[in-house]
Design a protein around this ligand. Structure first.
Ligand code: IVH
Length: 719
């Protein structure tokens, strides 16, 4: 980031440019006033981010928040030199990463010893009390979050504003656990986690009694809602769902595109505060957690200081009870000796502290028999084998079915009907069969191999398995099972959101032949609905109101709802923004479709195939007649540099000339070859020559590559 030189930071009216070519000037033009406005806006935005992302208690609407954010982005675009690394606009950097640096931890990130039963916990408690001698023990109990541990380093940093007036602590570095001694620097990715403060004001530091240099350790998790959403998208895109939120979070943190990380909605919970050199900061773990809370970190509210053993057991029991409804995964309870002096006295065994232990919940798996294997037909025609189980309780829920994914998986498991299997249930994921147990000699339960059907069990059509694909599909696009699933998808909350159009109603509608196409839903009337079981006048009217309301769902939802292969929520959004209408999309060539970010040959082919099908064209026509929204506002082309003329000179540190030019033009700017009074900015790199001198003599604003990238980032990350 370039420092704001007096000239570069000068008011816009000193720029030799036509006023109409510039974006609306910021309030006032006195640089000091602008600095004040920027800092006020940033503080306000930080406060609202904290309310929303840490406390889950927003004070203003999303729209009002956007107004603040837009103003900040606008001013920063006019004053790129005043952009700071901890500005709320700077969470997502523009560039993909090349890899992660390896960095040593201030002190090793250890793991914990586990106990699995009350007896083992009692034994641990006894040892702790023995080591403590006469000293009274107080434990701090916390939930054991199931994510990946992370160390965040804060300090004054290099961006300590003008004349070191900035006494706030800045996020300098985020390290994964790695092998415990050396972690990976994933700062750019962690910056996108909105509950991670990019900076902490001097006031908050004082309130928390934190020095300016310190380290926070905690857990990065993917909340259940984010995990579900992501898995739905993966599935819509024809990818296997991630096994659990922990893998999803770990995989996300290691992607090289901070942009993608930002979309995954990860969260961070703090549970340790250390000095920069790795020493403990507070005299007690409870105090440390309170301090982290005061500093603005998200700290799990489910924590308690406990003296006696019975209360420990109660804490564990209540955690296990709450587990299913927390909205994030926990796999146990961590019990820590509160006093840090005592912790130090107790010390460590090889890899784990003696002063803490993890009480792990029992595994969420069980053994049961596979009674049958049935085939389910999904909305894309995919045939999924499902094991029908002898019902068994896993983590308080009765499980009677488990997915077997596909024919290859059955072969891999070596599964036959009648076998005993281990079934696992992780998070909100559908239970799955993980292994087949060896057959006991005296088990004479009948057993038979499963034959994958050659024809669709619902409509009798042929089944195909495409080259290189693991899945079998029913080829009949009118297969009632596909239609039923398609309608359920169409009506789902994140699609057309037709409340009341669930399994029970949809099944009846199909069984009675009342619905044969998605469009038929819009022809339903009250008498028709009243003929269904368990539907009274009130329910029928409510459902019809929902159906009517869904007509105004935006185009991206309609597109997602059509169930085109590989078109998930996000791709649908991109397509709607890019093409602006279903008509434009329907007539687009594969090459045109592939102009859209994230659309490759596989996706473009699926879209073409869908719209080349006469039946689907008819469906769209019928949907149009019922009054569905089939147009959308096209995304304005990135326009942050609209109307601006830039001149490039010298060698830029990372961008080639062509790259820089392409990016500027993509953002609506123009690249000129010589500097004149009409030039708005000169982007100067190493060994800049006469153009730079000319810029100075004409008083044209000079910026460096970092400032250019910031301006571009502001435009491309516009919400
Ligand atoms: S304390 C030396 N507290 O569990 C102390 N860990 O098996 C180690 N974890 O690597 C960490 N929630 O990733 C601690 N409230 C919590 C935790 C927690 C989850 C994870 C952490 C650690 C693993 C240890």
């Amino acid at each position: 980031m370039s420092k704001a030189s007096p000239k570069a930071a000068g008011p816009p009216d000193t720029l030799p440019t036509s006023p109409e070519a510039l974006p609306a000037p910021p309030a006032g033009s006195d640089p000091r006033e602008i600095t004040r406005r920027l800092s006020k806006l940033r503080d306000q935005i930080r406060h609202h981010e904290y309310q929303y992302y840490v406390l889950d208690a927003p004070e203003i609407s999303d729209a009002d928040f956007d107004v603040l954010m837009r103003e900040l982005k606008r001013i920063e675009a006019d004053w790129p030199d005043l952009i700071t690394a901890d500005s709320p606009t700077q969470r997502v950097g523009g560039k993909p990463l090349n890899g992660f640096d390896k960095v040593a931890h201030s002190r090793p990130m250890l793991s914990l010893d586990n106990v699995n039963s009350e007896e083992e916990l009692r034994e641990w408690d006894r040892r702790v009390r023995e080591l403590a001698g006469a000293q009274e023990i107080s434990y701090v109990c916390e939930y054991k979050l199931d994510g990946l541990s992370m160390a965040l380093h804060y300090g004054a940093g290099s961006s300590a504003g003008a004349a070191g007036a900035d006494k706030s602590a800045h996020l300098l570095r985020a390290l994964t656990r790695g092998d415990g001694t050396i972690g990976e620097d994933v700062t750019s990715n962690v910056r996108t986690i909105r509950s991670v403060p990019l900076s902490i004001s001097a006031k908050k530091l004082a309130a928390a009694k934190l020095p300016i240099d310190f380290e926070v350790r905690g857990e990065v998790v993917m909340p259940a809602a984010a995990f579900l959403r992501w898995n739905e998208e993966r599935e819509a895109a024809g990818m296997a769902p991630a096994a659990n939120p922990r893998n999803a979070a770990a995989g996300t943190i290691r992607t090289l595109e901070p942009n993608i990380v930002a979309q995954r909605r990860l969260d961070f919970y703090a549970y340790f505060a250390l000095k920069a050199n790795g020493d403990t900061l507070f005299s007690d773990q409870g105090t440390a957690l309170d301090a982290l809370t005061a500093a603005g970190f998200r700290v799990n509210p489910h924590r308690e200081s406990i003296h006696d053993f019975e209360r420990l057991l109660q804490f564990i029991a209540s955690a296990e009870e709450r587990r299913a409804t927390l909205g994030y995964e926990i796999d146990g309870v961590v019990i820590k000796v509160g006093s840090t002096a005592l912790q130090q006295r107790m010390g460590y065994t090889g890899r784990a502290p003696r002063w803490a232990v993890a009480y792990k919940f029992s595994a969420r798996s069980a053994v049961t028999r596979v009674e049958d294997i049935r085939i389910q037909v999904g909305r894309t025609g995919k045939l999924t084998p499902v094991a029908v189980l002898s019902p068994v309780a896993i983590g308080g829920i009765t499980v009677a079915r488990a997915t077997l994914h596909n024919a290859d998986e059955i072969a891999r498991l070596g599964l036959e009907i009648g076998d005993f299997v281990t079934v696992e249930r992780g998070g909100d994921v559908i239970p799955k069969v993980v292994e087949v147990l060896a057959r006991k000699a005296d088990d004479d339960h009948p057993r038979r191999a499963f034959q994958f059907p050659t024809h669709c069990p619902v409509c009798g059509s042929e089944i195909v398995r495409a080259e290189g694909e693991a899945d079998h599909r029913c080829v009949n696009i009118d297969c009632p099972a596909r239609l039923r699933e398609s309608l359920l998808h169409f009506a789902a909350r994140n699609v057309m959101n037709i409340e009341g159009l669930g399994e029970a109603v949809v099944t009846q509608l199909f069984e009675r032949g009342m619905v044969k196409s998605l469009a038929d839903v819009y022809a339903l009337d009250e008498p028709a609905l009243l003929s269904l079981e368990r539907i009274g006048a009130k329910t029928a009217q409510a459902l019809l109101a929902q159906v009517a309301r869904s007509k105004s769902a935006p185009l991206n939802r309609v597109l997602f709802g059509l169930g085109i292969r590989f078109i998930g929520e996000r791709t649908a959004q991109l397509l709607a923004e890019e093409f602006g209408s279903i008509d434009a999309l329907m007539t687009a060539s594969q090459a045109e479709l592939e102009q859209v970010n994230e659309v490759g040959p596989r996706v473009s082919q699926a879209i073409r195939e869908f719209f080349d099908e006469r039946k689907n064209v008819k469906l769209i026509e019928r949907l149009r007649q019922t009054g569905l929204t089939l147009t959308a506002e096209r995304r304005k082309k990135s326009s942050q540099l609209e109307g601006l003329t830039l001149v490039l000179t010298g060698t830029l540190p990372t961008l080639s000339r062509e790259d820089a030019k392409a990016r500027i033009e993509a953002a609506g700017g123009r690249v000129a070859t010589s500097v004149s009074k009409k030039t708005n900015y000169v982007v100067a790199g190493e060994d800049a020559g006469s153009k730079l001198d000319k810029a100075h003599s004409l008083d044209v604003k000079v910026i460096d590559e970092a400032a250019l990238l910031s301006m571009l980032a502001v435009s491309s990350s516009a919400s």
